[in-house]
Structures are given as structure tokens and as C-alpha cells.
Design a protein around this ligand. Structure first.
Ligand code: MLT
Length: 209
């Protein structure tokens, strides 16, 4: 099993792949998670692909996150932009170090929100993205061009954190920015479920990433 690695700009874990023709997964955890959290999900989603899993660099009462927030669902947008830039540089470093193609982000909650910010601010960094329970990370996003990159949004109809309108707005912004977008609203809450895994796995297979 891989070890937590302290070099490069973000603490991370890297699991080498055996399926070298498939894009690696960039795993982005939720608030209070770390670089270990989504390795099992990544391996289940795309067996044999390389997994790159950084730890968010912000601490909120000891809980790692990928950017600062002022309250639940209220983001420090300057920090969102800066942290998305830093994460993009980490992906570049890791691609060099490990010899990787552009990754597909798989983000949950806060990790999905930084992945959405990456798509908007650093659209060249990702080959695609699976965003699980994301919200709009920037009220006034920059102009960006995703050039048909595949993006899957998985929302929860009973999510107490993400209003349905907010998830729909994110889908519209990404589609407007050129993403090949699919948005599924599942009969679930904010937490990760088996349905997310099944849908994301099928979508990854079908999208040819
Ligand atoms: C966020 O802060 O990114 C969202 O509120 C999701 C969360 O992490 O709870």
C-alpha cells in the first residue's frame, strides 16, 4: 500500500496504476477528511488506474479543507481562487514526478467544490470531473472554456447543505463553459452512497476517460 508522502507542495498519497491508458484520478476529500479517505472509492471506481490524493491545506477547527469558508456554504472566494491555483500547480508537479496524464477529478463535498473551482479557473488541468454534492464555488466565475470535457454532477434531492437551485446553477455554469455535462439528482442526502459509486463507475466507463 502507498504511504503518505510529504514532498511536493501538498501532502498526498499516490497509488501507481496498472491501466496506463486510462486517466489517473485526482481524489479530493470532504471537510475533515484527508489523503486516505477516497483511495477506496477511487480503486472501486476505476480499478488499476493511478490515484493521486492530496490533503487540503486549510484547517478549520483542525479539519482539513481545500479552501476557507466564512460559514457553511459561504466561501472566502479570494481563497478559493488562490487555493485552486495552488492545487493546479500541485497537479503539474505530481504529473512530472510520477509521469501522469491529466487526471479526472473525483471530489466529494468540499473536494467537489475545489474541483469545480479548478474547472473554472484552471480548465486545462483536468481531463474531466466527477463532482459529488458540489455547489457553486464562485459567485462571479471567470470566463473559461472546457472544450467538451466530460463532467458528472451527482446531487442529493435531500441534501441539507446544497440547495437544489445551487446545484442546478453550477451545472448550467459548467455547461455554458463548454463541459459535456450530466447532472443526476439522487434520492439521497449529502453523504456518499452506493448509488454514487455505481453511477460514477458507469459514467467513467462510458465517457472513455
Ligand atoms: C464547503 O464548505 O465546501 C461546503 O459547505 C461543503 C462542506 O464542506 O461542508
Amino acid at each position: 500500500m502507498s504511504q503518505t508522502i510529504q514532498t511536493l507542495s501538498h501532502i498526498h498519497r499516490f497509488v501507481p496504476g496498472s491501466a496506463n491508458d486510462e486517466a489517473p484520478l485526482l481524489l479530493l476529500h470532504g471537510t475533515g477528511g484527508d489523503e486516505n479517505d477516497l483511495l477506496g472509492l477511487g480503486a472501486a471506481l476505476a480499478p488499476g488506474v493511478a490515484l493521486l490524493s492530496p490533503r487540503g491545506q486549510v484547517l478549520e477547527k483542525g479539519m482539513p479543507r481545500f479552501f476557507r469558508r466564512l460559514a457553511e456554504g459561504v466561501f472566502d472566494e479570494a481563497d478559493v481562487v488562490a487555493r485552486a491555483g495552488a492545487l493546479a500547480r500541485f497537479v503539474d508537479e505530481a504529473r512530472d514526478r510520477y509521469g501522469l496524464a491529466a487526471p479526472v477529478a473525483v471530489g466529494f463535498s468540499n473536494g467537489a467544490n475545489i474541483a469545480a473551482a479548478l474547472l473554472m479557473g484552471e480548465p486545462a488541468v483536468l481531463a474531466g470531473a466527477v463532482l459529488i454534492r458540489p455547489m457553486v464555488p464562485l459567485a462571479a466565475p471567470p470566463r473559461f472554456d472546457l472544450e467538451g470535457k466530460p463532467v458528472l454532477i451527482l446531487s442529493g434531492a435531500g441534501d441539507p447543505i446544497v440547495p437544489a437551485e445551487n446545484a442546478r446553477r453550477l451545472a448550467a455554469i459548467l455547461e455554458e463553459g463548454g463541459a459535456e455535462l450530466r447532472h443526476e439528482v439522487l434520492p439521497v442526502g449529502h453523504g456518499l452512497t452506493q448509488m454514487d459509486l455505481t453511477l460514477a463507475r458507469r459514467w467513467l466507463e462510458a465517457s472513455g476517460l
